[in-house]
Design a protein around this ligand. Structure first.
Ligand code: F6P
Length: 518
């Protein structure tokens, strides 16, 4: 693999970008720009597969974008993207390739010669997984599917099955159990019957504490209910086929270490989605994501939606200094999208050292958060409009509704437009309390319909946007060492809660251990 290109602050364009920010960027007013430049809406509109984006209300001008493109070119964005698609081990700290895109590459497509076998394996596993999904769908005796998994083994399938409610088999109830908090599993077990329940144990590693604890409890509950046919009622979705077999599960759908947990929706981890929407629907989801992959690979930077969004993220985080971004999907089916994006973005780009392990002198991932509209409007939008912090907002709107209730959808769409407009235009009021400063940036992402293909494209767009920002920041977006320390400490603390041994603990933790024991 070629030596890594410089990170953003070591490129020639970076100081020029800073100078542009100091002279123009800081005071840039999107209202004036929209009024004075009749080309702005077209120039800041981007069409990608299934997703139209209006970036024109953002606090960015053509010069800043051009300079960001120079930075991206100097950071080797295109080369690093190509290295990812070619299966080079770009996840250097784990010595792994990053090939979630291969999971949605059609059989027989042109891939690097070294990836042909992997692509054949991907399709053999996909075919087997989808055949099983169809078998479960046809099996009227199975009414409940309980997915036990956490992080990427939960958030993606949960988000997608909610989003694709309109495409779901109504005969199957889906449940998601992720937390080690027994209340969650207990509540599900009280709703289901062992004779008609299928447990999917979803874990890339098959070692995650929460998932293994829940899986053992589910198996014990199944046995206590008189269940004996584990082969029929349990399946595993994992890269660790051996551990699944040791657990006693014979039906396993595998995937590979080059699929990161937060990028695994497209793998066997997607089985609950396939059961919910069928094999054809799942293939459409993959097809939408693949269309976005092609766009990301081939569209020039200036018209490449994931790249433009990634560059905007860098502009906002490192020049404007804004520390969070709010995602407001105006479709209740997308209610778990913000949680999904939190893992995708913050686990990927929440890093403080560069590829060489050196501390970074600039900020990386913003906090990503949000709720569906219009609910958020009646909760935290007050702060977005009049608070002291500027929070860029990303609205997601869907032109066609999947229901026929009169009036609702037009009101919903009017609200998404109104919020974006209000953030931009503001309102003058000398009295102060009713004054809205305006010029608050927002993006509108527009889908024609929320269906498997458009959802696949939308999620892949976010993946590649995270990748883009990560390349500029010069970080490894594909490891997650930051989650390890807490896991190790929890292992040490669990027996202490039993024994009361507080030796070597800090005074605060020791006191809390004592308090929890009494
Ligand atoms: O702890 C973080 C993490 O490793 C995530 O990256 C991952 O999605 C999640 O845990 C679950 O891991 P697994 O699928 O191996 O159980």
């Amino acid at each position: 693999m070629a030596a890594p290109a410089p990170r953003c602050d070591r490129t020639a364009a970076w100081p020029r970008l800073q100078a542009h920010y100091d002279t123009v960027g800081r005071g840039f007013d999107a209202r004036t720009a929209l009024r004075d430049d009749p080309q702005r809406v077209a120039a800041f509109g981007v069409q990608a597969p299934h997703v139209w984006a209006d970036l024109s209300k953002n606090r960015i001008d053509a010069t800043a974008e051009a300079l960001l493109r120079e930075v991206a070119a100097d950071c080797g964005l295109a080369q690093r993207r190509d290295a990812m698609f070619a299966g080079e081990p770009i996840n250097a700290t784990e010595g792994r390739a990053v090939l979630h895109t291969l999971l949605r590459t059609p059989a027989g497509a042109q891939v690097a010669p070294g990836l042909r076998d992997a692509l054949a394996q991907v399709h053999a596993t996909l075919d087997a997984m989808l055949a099983y999904a169809e078998q479960v769908r046809a099996d009227a005796a199975i009414t409940d599917i309980v997915n036990i998994g956490i992080g990427g083994s939960d958030l993606g399938p949960q988000m997608a099955t909610l989003a694709l409610e309109a495409f779901r088999d109504p005969g199957k109830r889906l449940h998601f159990v992720s937390n080690i908090d027994g209340h969650e599993l207990d509540a599900v077990l009280r709703q289901v019957d062992a004779r008609s329940t299928l447990f999917l144990i979803a874990s890339k590693t098959f070692t995650t504490l929460e998932t293994m604890t829940n899986a053992r409890s589910a198996r014990a509950w199944f046995a206590a209910q008189g269940g004996t046919d584990v082969a029929r009622h349990f399946a595993a979705l994992t890269t660790n086929v051996e551990a699944a077999a040791q657990f006693g599960i014979t039906r396993t759908f595998g995937f590979w270490d080059w699929v990161g947990g937060r990028y695994s929706l497209w793998s066997a981890i997607g089985l609950p989605v396939a059961i919910a929407i069928g094999a054809q629907g799942f293939r459409a989801l993959l097809g939408g994501a693949h269309a976005m992959d092609l766009h990301f690979r081939t569209a020039p930077l200036a018209h490449n939606l994931p790249m433009r969004l990634g560059l905007l993220d860098v502009w906002y985080r490192n020049f404007h200094g804004w520390g969070s971004r709010s995602v407001a999907p105006y479709h209740s089916g997308l209610r778990r999208l913000p949680a999904y994006l939190q893992q995708l973005e913050m686990e990927s780009n929440g890093k403080r050292v560069d590829l060489a392990g050196q501390p970074l002198p600039y900020a990386t991932s913003p906090v990503v958060w949000g709720e569906p509209g219009t609910n958020g409007q009646h909760a935290y939008f007050q702060q977005l409009h009049q608070g002291t912090d500027v929070v860029p907002v990303e609205f997601i709107a869907v032109r066609q509704a999947a229901h026929a209730l009169p009036g609702h959808h037009a009101q919903l769409l009017a609200n998404v437009l109104a919020q974006s407009q209000a953030l931009l235009q503001g309102q003058d009021d000398a009295g102060g309390h009713r004054h809205f400063p305006g010029n608050r940036p927002s993006t509108v992402l527009l889908l024609e319909r929320l269906d498997p293909a458009s959802l696949g494209a939308l999620v892949a767009m976010y993946e590649h946007r995270v990748f883009t920002a990560g390349v500029l920041w010069g970080i490894n977006s594909f490891d997650q060492w930051g989650v390890e320390l807490g896991k190790v400490l929890a292992k040490d603390l669990a027996p202490r809660l039993e024994s009361g041994d507080t030796t070597g603990l800090d005074a605060s933790t020791a006191a809390l251990v004592q308090r929890l024991r009494t």
